[in-house]
Design a binder for this molecule. Structure first.
Ligand SMILES: Cc1ncc(COP(=O)(O)O)c(C=O)c1O
Length: 397
């Protein structure tokens, strides 16, 4: 009977599995004492309930039933208008025609994967990269290959060599406060990568959900600004406002728009009109800038707390670069260090992290690395958790 009732799963179901964060949640459920640096989620105290409540009331008062009705697949025009100054501040000068609303950056990525990828296509990613994106690309049958990066991001010469040796459908890049390394690609590198995209006629997907969480240094214009016809730009309000809004924004070159929209209809018809209306009101709220400023300040203090404890507690063998923004610190251990193997011991000691293998196309490449997400634990817990981790690494690495 089992055989008869077993669902016939698509091949893509076998190419992917639930992510390491889900596995960790299952393992650590109910552990009140645990400090988790695993999930890249905002601090609960930074979620702006006080802004969302009046924005919801304003949305319903101003938009009436339209906030509860079906709307255009591309997204509500007032929201797309409200996004223009946000995009312009990142060097992206576009009209509302090119702005598409997605259901989170995650929904946008899936929409793009569906629109762009055929079985056997090659997608190039950074080493390391954001794991869930690899899962999306593989679910559409893509062959995902990674290219070498250094502290300043993707190495143009390595990308050039890759693009010269095989046909590549898309390059997936996270130029600003990268998940998982926290690094930012310089303007010079962005220009060099854009030149390669144009020269080889390859499209890039620029995933940029962290750039407003800047602690220091000067903003760098988006990769998009260097090659607007070759880049699909993807951002969201999950990290600065609230993930539950599920508001993602895409800047889509006109030649791709029809396919993206036709396929989005099949995915979810549209992103919720209700949350789009609320998000529009939030983007217009005079207090928004102060909220983002306070969030940035909070995360800067957490980053500093983490770095201070690690600096005092770890010697020589472990290295990291202090990120200028975003949510992540990337720790690199000695060659023989195995972050996957150490995880159960760390959990016993009351601290969780994500092993670097989760961010590598070839998991073994990331064995001696781990990602620490400092945003969600409360400030004293960041210090406590970092001390536990440092002790664990000293004893077992
Ligand atoms: C690099 C990156 N892209 C996309 C996402 C998805 O974000 P959302 O769908 O909430 O906009 C995340 C979330 O952690 C992320 O880190």
């Amino acid at each position: 009977v089992t055989g008869v009732l077993a669902p016939a799963l698509a091949r893509r179901s076998r190419a992917v599995r639930s992510g390491p964060i889900d596995d960790l949640f299952a393992l650590t459920a109910g552990r009140q004492d645990l400090v988790s640096f695993a999930a890249g989620a905002p601090d609960a105290d930074a979620l702006p309930v006080d802004l969302v409540l009046p924005a919801t009331q304003r949305a319903l008062a101003r938009w009436g039933p339209a906030a509860l009705q079906y709307g255009s697949t591309q997204g509500l025009l007032p929201l797309r208008e409200a996004c223009l100054p946000v995009l312009a501040a990142r060097g992206i000068q576009v009209s509302t025609d090119e702005v598409h609303v997605a259901t989170g950056a995650a929904g946008g990525l899936n929409n793009l994967g569906m629109a762009l990828l055929d079985e056997g296509d090659t997608v190039v990613v950074e080493r390391p990269t954001y794991g869930p994106a690899v899962k999306v690309f593989r679910s559409y049958g893509a062959d995902v290959v990674d290219v070498a990066c250094d502290h300043a991001g993707l190495i143009p010469e390595a990308l050039d060599a890759m693009l010269s040796t095989r046909p590549v459908k898309a390059v997936y890049l996270l130029p600003t406060f990268q998940n998982p390394t926290g690094r930012t690609m310089s303007a010079q590198r962005r220009a060099a990568v854009a030149d390669l995209l144009v020269r080889h006629g390859v499209l890039a997907i620029e995933d940029d959900v962290y750039s407003d969480l800047r602690f220091g240094g000067s903003p760098v214009d988006a990769l998009w600004s260097h090659a607007p016809d070759q880049v699909v730009y993807l951002t969201s309000l999950s990290k600065t406002l609230a993930p539950a809004l599920r508001t993602g924004i895409m800047v889509v070159p006109p030649r791709l728009a029809e396919a993206v929209l036709a396929l989005k209809q099949g995915i979810d018809m549209q992103t919720s009109s209700f949350t789009q209306a609320v998000t529009t009101e939030l983007l217009r709220a005079p207090r928004l800038a102060a909220h983002v400023g306070a969030t940035v300040d909070l995360y800067r203090r957490k980053r500093d707390a983490l770095v201070n404890v690690l600096t005092a507690g770890l010697f020589g063998e472990f290295t990291w670069r202090v990120p200028d923004g975003g949510l992540f610190l990337w720790l690199q251990g000695p060659r023989a260090f195995d972050a996957d193997a150490l995880l159960p011991t760390a959990l016993d000691a009351g601290v969780a992290y994500l092993p670097g293998s989760a961010f590598h196309v070839t998991p073994e490449d990331g064995r001696n690395t781990l990602r620490l997400s400092y945003a969600s634990p409360a400030l004293p817990d960041v210090e406590r958790g970092a001390a536990r981790l440092a002790a664990c690494l000293r004893q077992h690495a």
